[in-house]
Design a protein around this ligand. Structure first.
Ligand code: PXG
Length: 290
């Protein structure tokens, strides 16, 4: 199971999958990636993930070596070859092999990697109890330096915040924008509920435009729940009625404590539960068949 990795145009055994030490993805974090999931034999929101991959690549002047249709086929082929129905799909497009200088012009061929594997998820009890998180002191990258909409191979900004969380024994950290507004977590977007309304930070504040975030906004609108994309502070977060995170890996997961402040009643709130359920239902019926 999950034996084969697609790298440099061919399938190789997982343990033999390698890239060059001169690959600029390795040397400089020069590249982009995607994390996608398949549920019950269907790939969830595949076109949206591919669109974001192409947009990230465009933003860094990186040419993806396959067409969108070809990549889609290769992803489905990888899943079939590895006999996976519920899976995590990691696409990596790096600048490829070059010399020891920064110049991407010296890298003639981008590298494309498709890893498909079993998905490891948070324990189910956390979806009831919720996560306890901290607000990291490390601020999210400023978009004018490195736009957070680029899902780049350079995740040190997020890793620094994750280290802060780990040092306090917490699974996640919330990151603020340079101006001190709530931005997102290290690998998830964030929502709060106040007086029955959902609020999530706008993309311009400097966050990844999450696919799960979009799905949750869509679901909420269909359910007649008011959703607002607006900046808010840690004060508003501490005093919110409910809080949850969204991401491909975590799906929709409640947050019940932030920096030692209990959020709402300290358990998954009613709106969070409703959205978690609707989201899971959607993943069971939607998607591109493998
Ligand atoms: N913010 C950041 C910084 C992310 O990296 C999200 C939000 C949520 O976006 P999606 O589109 O997933 O709803 C992410 C997503 C991994 C991995 O392997 C990372 C993500 C998703 C899946 C896997 O590290 N990041």
């Amino acid at each position: 199971m999950s034996k084969w990795v697609y790298v440099s145009g061919e399938y190789v055994l997982k343990d033999e999958a390698k890239v060059s030490v001169f690959d600029h993805g390795f040397l400089y974090g020069d590249g982009v990636f995607e994390g996608i999931r398949a549920y019950g034999g269907r790939v969830f929101r595949l076109d949206e993930h591919l669109q974001r991959l192409w947009e990230s690549a465009k933003a860094i002047c990186l040419e993806i070596p396959l067409s969108r249709g070809q990549l889609k086929e290769k992803i489905l082929e990888s899943l079939r070859k590895n006999e996976l129905k519920d899976a995590y799909i990691r696409l990596v497009v790096s600048r490829g092999k070059g010399d020891l200088g920064l110049d991407p012009g010296k890298c003639p061929q981008a590298e494309l990697i498709i890893i498909t594997d079993k998905i490891s998820i948070y324990p189910e009890e956390l979806y009831e109890k919720g996560l306890e998180v901290i607000i990291a002191s490390t601020r999210r990258n400023i978009p004018s330096a490195l736009n957070c909409r680029i899902k780049s191979l350079n995740y040190l900004n997020n890793i620094l915040a994750k280290i802060e969380a780990n040092r306090e024994g917490m699974p996640e950290a919330i990151m603020l924008s340079k101006d001190g507004y709530i931005a997102e977590c290290t690998g998830d977007n964030i929502f709060i509920v106040k007086e029955g309304k959902l609020v999530t930070p706008p993309v311009w504040v400097g966050i990844l435009s999450g696919i799960t975030r979009d799905v949750v906004i869509e679901i909420a609108q269909k359910e007649g729940i008011s959703v607002e994309e607006n900046i808010f502070t840690s004060f508003a977060l501490y005093n919110s009625d409910e809080c949850f995170l969204t991401g491909t890996a975590a799906e929709v997961i409640p947050v019940t404590r932030v920096d030692g402040r209990t959020i709402g009643k300290g358990v998954a709130g009613p709106l969070t539960k409703r959205l978690m359920e609707r989201f899971r239902q959607l993943t069971q019926v939607e998607g591109t068949p493998i």
